[in-house]
Design a protein around this ligand. Structure first.
Ligand code: 5GP
Length: 238
């Protein structure tokens, strides 16, 4: 599979055309960014870790019946993926309050939510990914009501698969962000990635943060934390 022209470069990935019109090649970068790229760094090997972690998790979700854009992992930092039209909505799923939820609403950091919260943000660097409701989505023609209902239902299903999977590995899945795209015939597919860049994982015993908050909050040990997440994903169920 040959990498063609660079179609899109995001903060953590590049997307290339491939030999097949309906397939793209995704490359995971070592770049680390936070706060809408106001804070930037590099962590050698991070792209490879996220490529492997995301491949594992998408495989797990496929097995559970959730359709994704992933076809296969090609090498350390590349995946073959189906070409989709990305829906510009970041779907945020929260089990425990922290981050922008606690900042925005004053909800106590660490509070286990009485039910899983699903939020939408408009994917826009210029506007700093603002939180939106369905009506904003309709007015801005980001998606149809049917599609937004599907995004919410899929996000909850993904949480129902991943939360117990990580709990068995003594990790609390605190929150995560997912993105979806429209594939052939408008079918909604899980796209982008699921990795410690886009999730928060707290060790159930020590409370240690094993995700990008280590970079956001200058805690150090970013790569060691990502390696620990991979080790637990690959390890036997505890
Ligand atoms: P918060 O809204 O608290 O900053 O983030 C909630 C969850 O969504 C966290 O797991 C965070 O990593 C993820 N998230 C939110 N926005 C983005 C984004 O623009 N990119 C990535 N990779 N993850 C995000």
């Amino acid at each position: 599979m040959n990498k063609g022209e660079l179609l899109y470069e995001g903060k953590a990935k590049r997307l290339y055309t491939s030999d097949k019109k309906e397939e793209l090649i995704a490359e995971f970068k070592d770049d680390l960014t936070a706060f809408n790229a106001q804070k930037k760094s590099q962590e050698v090997g991070k792209g490879g870790l996220n490529c492997l972690i995301s491949t594992h998790l998408f495989g797990l979700l496929e097995k559970a019946g959730i359709k994704t854009h992933l076809i296969e992992k090609i090498d350390e930092t590349h995946q073959r993926v189906k070409r989709v039209e990305i829906i510009p909505i970041e779907v945020i799923v929260r089990n425990i309050a922290t981050g922008s939820l606690s900042r925005r609403l004053g909800i106590q950091d660490g509070l286990v939510l009485p039910f899983t919260l699903v939020e939408f943000c408009y994917k826009s660097d210029e506007l700093d990914d603002p939180i939106i409701c369905d009506q904003h989505g309709l007015i801005m023609k980001l998606a149809t009501q049917n599609e937004m209902d599907t995004l919410k239902a899929l996000a909850r299903e993904i949480n129902e698969v991943l939360r117990p999977f990580f709990a068995q590995r003594r990790l609390n899945l605190v929150d995560f962000k997912v993105e979806f795209g429209r594939g052939e015939n408008g079918e909604i597919l899980l796209a982008d990635e699921i990795s410690p860049d886009s999730c928060r994982f707290w060790d159930m015993d020590s409370g240690e943060k094993l995700d990008k908050d280590r970079f956001r909050q200058d805690l150090g040990g970013v790569k060691v934390a990502y390696e620990e997440v991979l080790k637990r994903i690959e390890g036997a169920i505890l």
